[in-house]
Write a protein that binds this ligand. Structure first.
Ligand SMILES: C[S@@+](CC[C@H](N)C(=O)[O-])C[C@H]1O[C@@H](n2cnc3c(N)ncnc32)[C@H](O)[C@@H]1O
Length: 278
């Protein structure tokens, strides 16, 4: 055991929030992020927001004031989730049942359905997760967080990452071609100010070469690809699914498509939509 817990560990944050129950931090809060956020999205009651590593920040209050009503706040510290949900209930504005607080690890978002959020925001959470990483780009927890966020965002959904990490972080956010990334810096006079990475989910997937192309559809809990074989017999078509790649062979011609995120091959299902020739 290390003699001092690092900020990438649960123990560190549980202790931190036990000691800081009464304070509302935050260095660089919602008001600093607000101009950029509102230039990117129009507040709406319907827009589904995922706020990750919420801690005790004022982001949710700010979002609420600006008219967002669907906000799921997650943090892996049970202490802070309990604290914040109790605080929210105390102050509870009317009409606030769309605001929820759940204990969840950003590196495992498997409890959340695919394509179920339009906007994800994290503020200094990836910084905490990656504080001991030798390299952001290859850190398994960072990569898992990024893939999870990509999966739960709707097509063209936005992920805003507020971070101190500069070039190292960009390399991770751009990896795998999951997001188009724009870099901003928070306004202010301080010579060192956090970066805001505006990451837009890339869809559709890269187009494969080859003749027979699938039509892609992402539903709430599934990614669907449909090949129209026309009058060709079913027996002329073969499909292989691996975690990162699809390969199909049709009339002897093979086509490979790299997936922009890893899929669970055990859950993959293939079926014929129409009878067609055998
Ligand atoms: C530096 S604090 C930032 C808190 C808040 N976002 C803010 O700006 O004030 C990092 C937060 O991320 C949470 N956190 C760290 N690792 C996490 C993980 N793997 N999953 C979810 N939350 C995590 C911590 O509990 C803590 O609340």
């Amino acid at each position: 055991m290390p003699d001092r817990c690092s900020a990438d560990s649960l123990e560190y944050w549980e202790d931190f929030y036990e000691d800081r129950r009464s304070t509302y931090d935050t260095l660089y809060g919602y008001e600093d992020l607000r101009p950029l956020l509102l230039s990117l999205v129009r507040p709406s009651r319907q827009l589904r927001v995922l706020h990750v590593g919420c801690g005790t920040s004022n982001v949710t209050q700010g979002l609420w004031r600006d008219g967002f009503r669907q906000i799921l706040n997650i943090d892996f510290s049970q202490v802070v989730v309990k604290l914040m949900s109790e605080r929210w209930v105390e102050k509870c504005p009317d009409d606030s049942e769309g605001v929820q607080w759940r204990h969840m690890d950003l590196t495992d978002l498997s409890q959340l359905p695919a394509a179920s959020f339009d906007l994800a925001i994290e503020k200094f959470t990836l910084d905490a997760i990656l504080c001991e990483a030798k390299e952001d780009l290859t850190d398994p927890r960072g990569v898992a967080a990024l893939h999870g966020l990509h999966r739960v965002l709707a097509p063209e959904g936005l992920f805003l990452s507020v971070a101190w990490g500069a070039t190292r972080r960009q390399a991770l956010l751009k990896s795998g071609g999951l997001f188009d990334v724009e870099v901003h810096q928070l306004p202010g006079d301080a010579p060192q100010r956090p970066w805001v990475y505006v990451c837009r989910k890339r869809m559709p997937m890269p187009r494969p070469s080859g003749t027979l192309q699938p039509v892609l559809k992402q539903t709430e809990d599934a990614l669907e690809l449909v090949w129209d074989l026309g009058s060709m017999p079913k027996s002329s078509f073969q499909l292989d699914v691996s975690a990162n790649e699809l390969r199909w062979t049709q009339a002897g011609q093979s086509t490979t498509m790299a997936l922009p995120f890893a899929i669970d091959t055990d859950s993959a299902k293939a079926r014929w939509l129409q009878a067609g020739p055998g």
